[in-house]
Design a protein around this ligand. Structure first.
Ligand code: PLP
Length: 486
């Protein structure tokens, strides 16, 4: 064995540990880019059509040789931070927008350096307490009882999956009874739930789609009737999934009525509030979400309504013990870590073991900005959506969807002649080509409609006025070009 070889390798491997001066160089390059990104954001397009494939990134494969931090930053600045949608922009009004609080980015920076192990209490009691404090705060926000618990996940999809697995085990579903189990949901439920049923191994259960009312909310009487029919047919109603803020139109299912039905029939009651849950902070919106506190599990997405950068969802379960039943495992090499008497460890209520200490990216912003700032921002988004609705409603030719329950508005323009779907598709294309704001579209009752979803913390009144102006302008242009082609 040659010590020479070890020393040689040590010299090379030490490149992985930059000195204080080198750290400053790396940090400066990244900070310089992110600062100009923030400073220039408002003057840049919110949506820039992306080339089919990006040759610059592909032409720079991972290789043995190092490149400079400046070259690396340039590569990403040019190939990533210019193209596609800019979700950090206040002019992002598509899908369900995110945001990206600056304070949260610094929490990520911090926890990536200290790399504290937040998976088990033994490894870092404080980190687990930070996460558990957040979970308890959110259980209280949802109106859940003391024995409720939850988990911080990477996003809403994994949070929903975690709830489905918990519900599966809590209700004793397995291969012998799965085909008799019934799931009730609406056609507007987020597609990640269907994915979750598949991953959780319960896709063979019967699925009933409950009809929607005129405002795209699940009809409670249809739910009641379908459950009764299934019971008559010897099936076993298992779970009902309600949405508190559908992705398509922002509708809130009748949560309290569904709670009654779920209770009477012994169903697991899951509420996907990935979009709408954060609005529990607004006293004015809370009554619309009444009944959420009676659910067995609920999902909220702080990387939407709490404006955290992508990578944070939350699942909460009324009876925390149900989560432990579904996820606690032990192993010999974990024997030092098994004392969970003081605090429940994330690893015992989640598919994850080693994980990002993601709690700090929510804790730090909540602490340094205070809840009042979040509450005001959410209230502002609600009012902006209503303002947008009222203003566009006054413009002749626009057909509006329902008055917004939360912060999603959908609409279409009805031209005097020609196919409305074709016209609105063209309108959508023109808005995308323009790129100043980003809106998205969907199909509601076979109608092509355009949506405005207000949820980025950077969206303010000026953005909504600009959006209204762009809509008027693009409609006029399309109408004119129609005339000239006729
Ligand atoms: C966004 C969303 C999801 C999926 O969450 P991700 O964080 O994108 O994984 C699920 N349900 C609803 C209602 C959503 O808006």
């Amino acid at each position: 064995m040659s010590l020479e070889r070890i020393k040689q390798l040590e010299k090379i491997s030490k490149q992985l540990e930059p000195t204080a001066d080198e750290r400053e160089l790396i940090r400066r390059a990244v900070i310089q880019h992110t600062e100009s990104f923030l400073e220039e954001m408002d003057s840049k397009k919110t949506y820039a059509e992306t080339p089919e494939s990006n040759p610059t990134i592909i032409e720079n494969p991972i290789s043995e040789e190092a490149i400079s931090i400046d070259s690396a930053v340039n590569l990403i600045a040019n190939s990533v931070d210019k193209d596609g949608i800019n979700p950090a922009s206040g002019k992002h009004l598509g899908y369900i927008p995110g945001g990206g609080l600056y304070s949260s980015s610094l929490a990520d920076y911090w926890v990536d350096i200290t790399n504290r192990y937040a998976g088990v209490f033994f490894a870092n009691p404080g980190a687990v307490q930070v996460e558990n404090v957040l979970i308890r705060w959110m259980t209280e926000l949802m109106g859940y009882p003391q024995q409720a618990f939850g988990n911080l996940t990477s996003g809403g999809s994994i949070a929903n999956l975690t709830a489905i697995v918990t519900a599966r085990d809590a209700k004793g579903l397995n291969s012998s009874n799965i085909r008799k189990a019934v799931i009730y949901l609406s056609g507007h439920v987020h597609h990640c739930l269907h994915k979750a049923f598949k991953i959780a191994g319960v896709a063979e259960a019967q699925v009933r789609q409950i009809t929607l009312d005129g405002r795209f909310r699940m009809k409670a009487d249809d739910l009641q009737e379908q459950i009764a029919a299934d019971i008559d047919n010897g099936l076993q109603p298992w779970m009902v999934v309600a949405s508190a803020g559908t992705t398509d139109v922002g509708a809130i299912d009748p949560l309290d009525e569904i709670a009654n039905i779920a209770e009477e029939n012994g169903l697991w009651y899951h509420v996907d509030a990935a979009y709408g849950g954060c609005f529990m902070l607004c006293e004015e919106i809370k009554p619309q979400l009444k009944g959420i506190e009676r659910s067995d599990s609920v999902v909220i997405d702080p990387h939407k309504g709490f404006f955290i950068p992508y990578g944070l969802g939350v699942v909460l379960v009324r009876n925390g013990e149900d989560m432990k039943k579904a996820f606690t495992q032990s192993a010999n090499y974990m024997q030092d870590a098994l004392d969970d008497d003081i605090e429940i460890s994330p690893a015992d209520v989640s598919p994850e073991l080693t994980k990002h200490f993601r709690g700090l990216r929510l804790w730090l912003p909540l602490k340094i900005h205070g809840l009042s700032a979040f509450r005001a921002a959410l209230q502002e988004k609600i009012l902006l959506a209503r303002y947008f609705y009222d203003q566009l409603n006054k413009v002749e030719g626009f057909e509006m969807g329902p008055y917004p329950e939360l912060s999603v508005v959908f609409f279409r323009y009805i031209p005097d002649s020609g196919d409305a779907n074709e016209f609105n598709k063209k309108l959508m294309t023109e808005i995308h080509k323009d790129g100043r704001v980003f809106l998205s579209s969907t199909v509601v009752d076979d109608k092509f409609v355009i949506r405005v979803a207000v949820l980025v913390f950077r969206t303010h009144l000026a953005t909504i006025d600009l959006t209204l102006e762009i809509l008027r302008e693009k409609v006029q242009q399309l109408l004119q070009s129609q005339h000239t082609t006729v």
